[in-house]
Ligand binder design. Structure first.
Ligand code: SAH
Ligand code: SF4
Ligand code: F3S
Length: 448
């Protein structure tokens, strides 16, 4: 019998949604070769860590984790440990020197090669492949859904990024931007529908630049979104991430015309100061961003807008910071991911600018944006009080099995009691919920 049949793999994933989606591709590649998924890290013969390099903190966490795995390897010298993803791409040489326990190092475009790399390990060598590709989109690979709630799934529609925001490591770790064959995206969505899933999220670093040219047809992201939306009016569709410089009216009109495309747009602004945006190489100004927010509000009333912000970027003055705070107030973001600038080697900012905002100033500014966002999220939830929303049930509430948890089209979490609702109601069903109370993080309600 093939030895591999007994080998159990455990994949631990860090970083963005795309990395979670990639782990499902890794699982698919390996299960085809007879490996099986381990139910827990303890029973694994192979541990893969799929890593993120976006901030220094993300890399430090993984390094600690690898350190921890040394004791696992002492107990079981046969254990294979592999590092995947962006960190593997960025610092392979350092890692191979510093971490003698690493058997496999594979970058984001090398996952098809994992079976061969594992065979190399079996023959006593290390398996290393960090080549980036211009074509790889894993289009033909059906991901094995890991940790699925049976309701929603990710579909990766493009890879890489060529925007070269000056602070960002992604163009280096993920390589050239490439779109995935539209036909394969539609058939993956169709398969998910057949399996009974109710929501898909289309993923890419900048989905607005999706483009697929085939047989005289030129498909934009808006056109792709429409085709996915038309598969079934009951399928909910989300997407991330939109770059403010090219979120088009065509896209906004497509969302407006299709109720099953969710009313939630993630539009990272990064800074409210045009001077800093220019240094960040974001290719839009404060006013340009505001114009896009106005267009969203005009074309898709009731659409939630969330964002990402970096505080303390090179040369950011107090005035720049105040502009970020005032833009946040103006935009009334429903939700935001807030970060402190972390210099990344080999980026334009690291090469040509000074990371000159003192740590304590970065911290203070971050606290200020966090406090403001908490107030904005609270106000956003308050506006929902007494309103009725369609909620797609994802499962039990974390706190109580007497409550369901689900999401509105605006991507807000709603918790409501099961008591009194139709006994056949289960995850995957949509119910109408009136919001009766809230915190800054969650809406509470009851089915109407
Ligand atoms: N492609 C997406 C973002 C991907 S990274 C976009 O263009 O918006 C997710 C977020 O991490 C970014 O939006 C940014 O806010 C943050 N980020 C990226 N590089 C960073 C760095 N060097 N320091 C701090 N935050 C960073
Ligand atoms: Fe990074 Fe900018 Fe690309 Fe987003 S668009 S992944 S922030 S380079
Ligand atoms: Fe991190 Fe790579 Fe995603 S750096 S944010 S895992 S693309």
């Amino acid at each position: 019998m093939d030895q591999k049949k007994n080998k159990k793999i455990y994949i631990e994933t860090y970083g963005c949604q795309m990395n979670f989606s990639d782990s499902e591709i890794v699982a698919s590649v390996l299960t085809k070769y007879g490996y099986v998924a381990a139910q827990s890290i303890q029973e694994a013969d192979i541990i893969f860590v799929n890593t993120c390099s976006i901030r220094d903190h993300a890399e430090q966490r993984v390094k600690k984790r690898l350190h921890h795995f040394r004791s696992y390897k002492k107990r079981n010298p046969e254990l294979i440990i592999g590092l995947l993803g962006c960190m593997a791409e960025r610092i392979k040489t350092v890692l191979l020197e510093e971490e003698p326990l690493l058997d496999v190092v594979a970058g984001p475009d090398a996952y098809r090669d994992l079976p061969r790399l594992l065979e190399q390990v079996e023959s006593g060598q290390r398996g290393v492949n960090t080549l980036l590709s211009m074509e790889e989109t894993y289009a033909d690979i059906t991901p094995v859904r890991l940790g699925s709630n049976g309701v929603s799934a990710f579909i990766s529609i493009m890879r890489g990024c060529e925007n070269y925001c000056s602070y960002c490591v992604v163009p280096t770790t993920r390589g050239q931007e490439r779109s995935r064959d539209a036909g394969s995206i539609l058939s993956e969505a169709t398969d998910l529908l057949k399996q009974g899933l109710h929501e898909v999220t289309l993923l890419g670093q900048n989905v607005n630049s999706y483009r697929w040219v085939d047989g005289g047809k030129d498909l934009s992201f808006a056109a792709l979104l429409l085709q996915v939306a038309e598969l079934d009016p009951r399928l909910r569709i989300r997407f991330a991430t939109s770059h403010p410089k090219d979120i088009s009216d065509e896209l906004l009109n497509t969302i407006a015309a299709n109720p099953n495309i969710c009313r939630a747009i993630h539009l990272p602004v990064q800074s409210g100061s045009s001077r800093i945006l220019d240094r960040m190489n974001r290719k839009y100004t404060r006013e340009g961003y505001m114009e896009r927010v106005e267009a969203i509000r005009r074309i898709i009333p009731g659409c939630a807008i969330s964002t990402d912000i970096i505080t303390g970027f090179c040369d950011e003055t107090e005035e720049d910071h105040l502009e970020t705070l005032s833009l946040m107030e103006w935009a009334r973001f429903d939700y935001a991911f807030l970060f402190k600038y972390s210099e990344r080697p080999m980026t334009l900012a690291a090469d040509t600018m000074h990371d000159n905002v003192p740590e304590e100033v970065k911290d203070r500014r971050l606290t200020e944006v966090i406090n403001l966002q908490q107030r904005l999220s609270y106000a956003s939830n308050k506006r929902d009080l007494n309103r009725v929303f369609e909620v797609l049930i994802e499962g039990d509430s974390k706190r109580s099995a007497d409550h369901f948890m689900g999401r509105t089209s605006q991507n807000k979490v709603v918790v409501f009691p099961k008591a009194g609702i139709d006994t056949g109601t289960k995850p995957g069903h949509c119910v109408q919920v009136r919001i009766t109370s809230f915190t800054s993080a969650t809406l509470l309600g009851e089915v109407v």
